[in-house]
Write a protein that binds this ligand. Structure first.
Ligand SMILES: Nc1ncnc2c1ncn2[C@@H]1O[C@H](COP(=O)(O)OP(=O)(O)OP(=O)(O)O)[C@@H](O)[C@H]1O
Ligand SMILES: [Mg+2]
Length: 494
């Protein structure tokens, strides 16, 4: 595979096809088998790549999990490895460091408090910190910057800044390797694209001008994919109790949300970052304590300000969070253990588990969601990012929840898996569950939701129903009253 100077090179492939492994080989995290060769700017690089060499070679990387130090501040994360020290005392000049970090972030069009702890940041801000770090270590005109799905948490407006920045890097003669499952993004931003299938290059540096999405999907999968959304069985909801009712929910961003989700109904909730749509799933799922509010599910009324996650699980609420590493999975446990964890209490005491049901549930998840490799005993941390996402979804889907709450459910998965996932979510809805999908992807909302709620300043401000749920309708509603999508320019709330 050759990445030219001055080009943005896309790298695509199904979940588990080897994209991250390749990036980790190039950044010295993995040692390659013998026989390969790597050259940067014409000079051979000793293998395995020594991480300490990366800076000199002009190589930097934003890993799929971003590689941030959660307990450290923004300035520490951005500037780590590059701190400037006073000559005599060798102490770090923090004022200067904060200024440099601030500038690096502003380049990406973001204001983030340099003193904030990274653990407390929203996903989009975390991504920005990681990207700012990689960009600032880059030597203009040399080397290569690798982004492993780093931009997927960025909202539309920040994404434009990001694309402008990588174009600038390429414009000065540097190279960019862009790993992404957003094929639209790859086709519009990258000059050429390399496709991996099962660890093998099946298309090498094909110019994106010669490709369309359909063809790119065919290269990735090796077969034609039905590009229509999967079928959803019609159900009559007349006279059925709603699956869930939430009243007066307040949190850090959410400011008094009341909503009802019908049985078999799929409701979307979206908005700008900070509008509260991204917090709502965690308040309803009991992962973050609410300041106020109640949720009625399956005849039980739960006070969200005092409830613990287990109360919600017992009532039939399943939360699928966005960040599988921190919130959704135990990476050191096996696939089977992760999948069955929520139901261990129902099935017996830890001493007498009886593995039959566990094996059956794990096989169900592997089959329904196409987890690869299909190995129930595999340590989840060794699965590829997208396959981890499938395990996390499967873990909760299997439990027949009354209310299924999803945050960005298909972000890390490939086009084929996205379709499988959608089909499973549809089936869960058809069986009578209510589904709430919080996310920014207007395409996803359009193809899944009966209704979409638009939040602004912590409140639900607008509702799109039925035929009004289109990509354009959602985007327009989200960006209404916001000049270039940035911080609130409010012209009176509707
Ligand atoms: N440490 C490991 N031990 C065993 N298998 C591994 C290990 N790391 C990765 N694999 C396997 O190698 C394959 C390639 O994984 P990789 O993470 O490179 O995929 P990917 O293309 O980045 O996928 P995704 O789009 O899901 O991020 C997967 O099948 C994965 O399970
Ligand atoms: Mg990966």
């Amino acid at each position: 595979m050759t990445v030219q100077p001055g080009e943005i090179h896309g790298l695509v492939g199904q979940n588990g096809s080897g994209k991250t492994t390749l990036v980790k080989l190039l950044s010295g995290y993995h040692a390659p088998d013998s026989g390969g060769e790597v050259q940067v700017d014409g000079a051979p690089v000793g293998l395995p790549v020594r991480p300490a060499e990366l800076h000199r070679l002009g190589m930097s990387v934003v890993h799929q999990d971003l590689g941030l130090l959660d307990d450290f501040t923004v300035v520490e994360n951005v500037r780590i490895g590059a701190f400037r020290r006073r000559r005599l005392t060798r102490s770090i000049r923090w004022d200067g460091e904060r200024q440099l970090a601030r500038e690096a972030l502003q380049h990406l069009g973001h204001e983030i408090d340099p003193n904030a702890r990274v653990r407390d940041l929203l996903p989009a801000d975390r991504a920005t910190v990681a990207i700012a770090r990689a960009l600032q270590h880059h030597h203009p005109g040399r080397g290569v910057i690798m982004f492993d799905e780093s931009s997927r948490a960025l909202p539309r407006d920040s994404l434009e800044h990001f694309h402008a920045l990588i174009r600038e890097v390429a414009g000065r003669g540097g190279s960019v390797l862009l790993v992404s499952h957003q094929l639209e993004e790859v086709l519009s931003v990258a000059d050429r694209v390399t496709v991996l299938r099962d660890g093998v290059v099946v298309a090498s540096g094909t110019p994106t001008s010669e490709l369309d999405e359909h063809e790119l999907i065919r290269l990735m999968l090796g077969y034609e994919l039905d590009s229509r959304a999967p079928a959803r069985a019609a159900v009559t909801r007349d006279g059925r109790e709603p699956a869930a009712r939430a009243r007066g929910v307040c949190g850090r961003l959410v400011d008094g949300v009341t909503l009802e989700i019908g049985s078999s109904e799929i409701v979307g909730v979206t908005g700008l970052m900070g509008s509260g749509f991204e917090e709502l799933p965690y308040l309803l799922g009991g992962a973050h304590p609410a300041q106020a509010g109640e949720l009625t599910v399956g005849g039980r009324r739960i006070d969200l300000a005092t409830a613990c996650p287990r109360d919600l699980v017992d009532a039939g609420v399943a939360l699928v969070p966005e960040r599988r590493d921190a919130q959704g999975l135990s990476l050191s446990m096996s696939l089977l253990e992760n999948v069955t964890l929520p139901r261990v209490r129902v099935h017996g005491s830890p001493g007498r588990l009886g593995f039959g049901w566990q094996r059956e549930e794990a096989d169900w998840v592997i089959r329904e969601l196409g987890v690869r490799p299909p190995a129930p005993g595999m340590t989840v941390g060794n699965l590829s990012g997208g396959n981890q996402q499938k395990v996390m979804l499967g873990k909760w889907l299997r439990g027949d929840p009354r209310l299924l709450v999803l945050h960005e459910p298909t972000r890390a998965v490939d086009v084929a898996a996205r379709r499988d996932l959608m089909a499973v979510i549809f089936r869960v809805a058809t069986s009578g569950s209510g589904v709430l999908v919080a996310g920014m992807d207007a395409n996803e909302l359009q193809s899944m939701c009966d209704r979409v709620l638009i939040m602004r300043d912590g409140r639900i401000e607008e509702e799109l129903r039925g035929a009004a749920v289109t990509v354009e309708g959602v985007v327009n509603a989200v960006y209404r009253n916001h000049s270039n999508g940035h911080a609130a320019v409010r012209e009176g709330v509707a």
